[in-house]
Design a protein around this ligand. Structure first.
Ligand code: ZN
Length: 150
């Protein structure tokens, strides 16, 4: 990865963590879940509002590192307006890129690419994926959907 690109990615992550999009609770969510990453200390609550099969709104409250907050911020922007199936595909693609042996391609115009730097730091991968796993749990409704990374 070039230094310029690395700097750009760093900037995107910092920008999202300083001014996260969709941060704060959601009134009457159709689903919510709490995520916990004990390795880093990240804690997140994800709220969603489903309109039929479509994700009408997604918000989160997080106390965690820059990577987990930035990932949650980007995620809520991405999944809003998607169907549950589309969001599931996006989640799988994101996870696949993070754990792929080869450097992922074709996503350099995508803000999520900024998070791919964590591939070099396996413990930080959990910071990046925590919001997504928590989101997946929130799709299950408002019951006990707590997620803890292993
Ligand atoms: Zn973290």
């Amino acid at each position: 990865m070039s230094t310029d690109l690395r700097d750009l990615y760093q900037e995107i992550i910092l920008e999202h963590s300083r001014k996260p999009k969709n941060s704060g609770p959601l009134d009457n969510p159709t689903g919510e879940a709490q995520g916990n990453n004990p390795l880093c200390g990240d804690r997140i609550t994800v709220y969603i509002n489903l309109d039929g099969d479509r994700i009408a709104d997604a918000r989160f409250e997080a106390r965690g590192c820059a990577i987990s907050v930035a990932s949650a911020s980007m995620m809520t922007e991405i999944v809003k307006g998607m169907t549950v199936g589309e969001a599931e595909t996006a989640l799988q693609r994101f996870e696949g890129h993070l754990t792929a042996k080869e450097t992922p391609e074709l996503i350099e115009d995508d803000e999520l690419a900024a998070l791919m730097g964590v591939r070099e730091f396996p413990t930080r991968i959990k910071c990046a994926t925590l919001p997504w796993h928590t989101f997946r749990a929130a799709l299950g409704g408002s019951g006990k959907n707590d997620v803890t990374t292993e």
